[in-house]
Design a protein around this ligand. Structure first.
Ligand code: SF4
Ligand code: SF4
Length: 118
């Protein structure tokens, strides 16, 4: 069975382009939506994302909506803890496909890391 994990130096979910996330207002509070929009920088990338190292510059203090945690996913998306693994895998794959492509090195690395690699 595949087990979700965040692959280092991926950063696909730090591409925040709002046009690609039309349902933001459905799961963010109005304050979070303001914060989210204030973080959108050049090319749709988060202003806190270091494009060279592909790391978050504020990782310990990143907002709630950047965190893959059971209680947060339950609150934001209504995903129960036992569904979190599959849901998070799908979210990452969707995001990686949108940002880097479905045959990208990032997708291969992700699938390999979670145990779906061939
Ligand atoms: S898309 Fe997934 S694997 Fe990539 S940085 Fe975000 S959480 Fe990590
Ligand atoms: S705050 Fe950090 S984790 Fe959240 S989108 Fe920006 S760079 Fe990514």
């Amino acid at each position: 069975m595949a087990t979700w994990l965040c692959v280092k130096q991926c950063g696909a979910c730090c591409h925040l382009e709002p046009a690609e996330r039309p349902e933001l207002a459905d799961y963010l509070t109005p304050e979070e939506l303001d914060l989210y929009l204030s973080m959108v920088g050049e090319g749709g990338w988060c202003v806190n994302f270091d494009r060279i190292t592909r790391e978050c510059r504020i990782y310990p203090n990143r907002p709630r909506f950047c965190r893959v945690e059971a209680d947060i996913f339950d609150e934001m998306y209504g995903v129960e803890a036992d569904e979190l693994n599959d849901f998070a895998i799908e979210c990452c794959q969707e995001q990686i496909e949108g940002v880097y492509g479905d045959r990208s090195l990032e997708m291969l690395r992700f699938n390999h890391a979670i145990g779906m690699g061939k």
